[in-house]
Design a protein around this ligand. Structure first.
Ligand code: XLS
Ligand code: CA
Ligand code: CA
Length: 436
C-alpha cells in the first residue's frame, strides 16, 4: 500500500512545552481523568466527507486542495485509494473512530443496483482495514441530499418515488453500518424542510418524515442492528427552514410520533449556533431529557450566518461542553466527531493534521477543566445553594404534588413578600474563568 501522508509520523503526546506542531500538547490518550482514560472519555472520530472528500470548493470557485489519493480517472480506484489514505490518517492521528456517508466512501453509479455493488466493494475493504488497525465506526449515514433527485427532500419529498429511493438508500446504508460494526446511525435531514410555504404541505411532510424514521426503526430490528439511532438537528441551510430545527423541536416531533425511545441526538456545535443557541444549551437540553447521544464537534463564525464547520479551538466552549457531557454520564455509543473542514486557503495535506491536533487538544483541555470543576463541586454547590429553598417544607410540598393554588395563596397571604436573592451571574462567570 502506498503512503499518502509521507513525512508525518504517528502523532505523540509531548506535553504543553513542546514546540513540535505535529504533537499533542494536552491530549494524552492513556492518561486517566475521573477514572477513565482520555481516549475512553473523548471517543474522537474523523469525518470522511470534509477530511477526505473536501476540496476547498465554495460557491465562487472550484477546489483548491490537491490530494494524491484522487489521482486516477477511475472513480473506484479513487475510492479505494482514498480509503487507504483515510486509515493511514486515522492511525497516524491516533483516533479510535471514523464516520461516513455512503456516497463519501463509494461513488454513485448509473443505477441503484450498481451503486450498491460499489458500496459492497468498499465496505469489504473498510472492514478489512478496521480489523487491521482496530479503528471502529462511530456512525454511518446516507447522503440523501446531494443528488438532484433529492432537491425537494427525501422523506418529505412531494414524490413517493423519491421517498422510495431515499428509503432504499437508508436500508443499504444501515446494512453497511451494521456490517462494519457501527455504534450508531445518524439521520441528518439534509433537505427535509422548505424554501417557501407557498408550495409546501407541512403537515403531510412531517407525517412522512416520521413514517420514514419508523421504517428505519423496524428495519434496524429486522437485521439485528444494535447501534444507536441519532437525529442531528439543524435549523436551516440548505433549506430556509429545516424541520429538525433544534433538539427541543426534535424531542417534540419524536414524542408526537411515538419514536422517542428509539432516538438520541447528535448535537453539532455549529448547528446549535445557527439555531440561535449556545452549543452548551443544546447539550444541556439533551442531558435534561436523557436524549444526549453523540456530538459533531466544530464551530461556526459568529460574524457569518452560515455553516462554516471550522475546527473547534475555543477552550472555554469545550470546557462547558465536556462539563455537560460528563454530568450527563459521559458518552456510551457516541463520541466527538470532527465535522470540520479546512479553510479554502489551507491547501496542504499536513493542514489536516494541524486542524485535528488542535481540535483534540482543545477537547482534552476541556475534559481536564471539566473534571476539575466536577471534583471541586464549585458549580454543583453554588447551583445547589441557589435552589436550596426547594429542600424546605414548601418546596417539598410543591414537588410532591401535595398542594395546589389554594394552599399556595393561603401561604403567600400569611408569609408576605418573598426574599429576593441575587443570581450572581458575574460571579459564576468569574468562577468559570478560574478553570480555563
Ligand atoms: C451537514 C451535516 C452533515 C451531517 C451528516 O450540515 O452536518 O454533515 O453531520 O449528514
Ligand atoms: Ca454534522
Ligand atoms: Ca455543519
Amino acid at each position: 500500500m502506498s503512503e499518502y501522508f509521507p513525512g508525518v509520523e504517528k502523532i505523540k503526546y509531548e506535553g504543553a512545552d513542546s514546540t513540535n506542531a505535529l504533537s499533542f500538547k494536552h491530549y494524552d490518550a492513556d492518561a486517566k481523568v475521573l477514572g477513565k482514560t482520555m481516549a475512553q472519555h473523548l471517543r474522537f472520530a474523523v469525518c470522511y466527507w470534509h477530511t477526505f472528500k473536501g476540496s476547498g470548493a465554495d460557491p465562487f470557485g472550484a477546489g483548491t486542495m490537491i490530494r494524491n489519493y484522487n489521482d486516477s480517472d477511475d472513480p473506484m480506484k479513487v475510492a479505494e485509494m482514498t480509503l487507504e489514505a483515510a486509515f493511514e490518517f486515522f492511525v497516524k492521528l491516533g483516533v479510535g473512530f471514523w464516520c461516513f456517508h455512503d456516497r463519501d466512501i463509494a461513488p454513485e453509479a448509473d443505477t441503484l443496483k450498481e451503486t450498491n455493488e460499489r458500496l459492497d466493494v468498499i465496505v469489504a475493504k473498510a472492514k478489512k482495514l478496521q480489523a487491521e488497525t482496530g479503528i471502529k465506526l462511530l456512525w454511518g449515514t446516507t447522503n440523501a441530499f446531494s443528488h438532484r433527485r433529492f432537491m425537494s427532500g427525501a422523506g418529505t419529498n412531494p414524490s413517493p418515488e423519491v421517498f422510495a429511493y431515499a428509503a432504499s438508500q437508508i436500508k443499504k446504508a444501515m446494512e453497511a453500518t451494521h456490517e462494519l460494526g457501527g455504534e450508531g446511525y445518524v439521520f441528518w435531514g439534509g433537505r427535509e424542510g422548505y424554501d417557501t410555504l407557498l408550495n409546501t404541505d407541512m403537515g403531510k411532510e412531517l407525517d412522512r418524515m416520521a413514517r420514514l424514521l419508523q421504517m428505519a426503526v423496524d428495519y434496524k430490528s429486522k437485521i439485528g442492528f444494535g447501534g444507536q439511532l441519532y437525529i442531528e438537528p439543524k435549523p436551516k441551510e440548505p433549506t430556509k427552514h429545516q424541520y429538525d430545527f433544534d433538539a427541543g423541536n426534535c424531542f417534540g416531533f419524536l414524542q408526537k410520533y411515538g419514536l422517542l425511545e428509539h432516538f438520541k441526538m447528535n448535537i453539532e456545535a455549529n448547528h446549535a449556533t445557527l439555531a440561535g443557541h449556545d452549543f452548551q444549551h443544546e447539550l444541556a437540553f439533551c442531558a435534561a431529557n436523557d436524549f444526549l447521544g453523540s456530538v459533531d464537534a466544530n464551530r461556526g463564525d459568529m460574524l457569518l450566518g452560515w455553516d462554516t464547520d471550522q475546527f473547534p479551538t475555543n477552550v472555554a466552549e469545550a470546557t462547558l461542553a465536556m462539563y455537560t457531557i460528563l454530568q450527563s454520564g459521559g458518552f456510551t455509543t457516541g463520541g466527538l466527531n470532527f465535522d470540520a473542514k479546512l479553510r479554502r486557503q489551507s491547501t496542504d495535506p499536513t493542514d489536516l493534521f494541524y486542524g485535528h491536533i488542535g481540535a483534540m487538544d482543545t477537547f482534552a483541555r476541556g475534559l481536564k477543566n471539566a473534571a476539575k470543576m466536577i471534583e471541586d463541586k464549585t458549580f454543583e454547590n453554588a447551583v445547589k445553594e441557589r435552589y436550596a429553598g426547594w429542600a424546605g417544607e414548601l418546596g417539598k410540598k410543591i414537588d410532591s404534588k401535595k398542594i395546589g393554588f389554594e394552599e399556595l395563596e393561603a401561604y403567600t397571604i400569611e408569609n408576605g413578600e418573598p426574599e429576593i436573592k441575587s443570581g450572581r451571574q458575574e460571579l459564576f462567570e468569574n468562577m468559570l474563568n478560574d478553570y480555563i
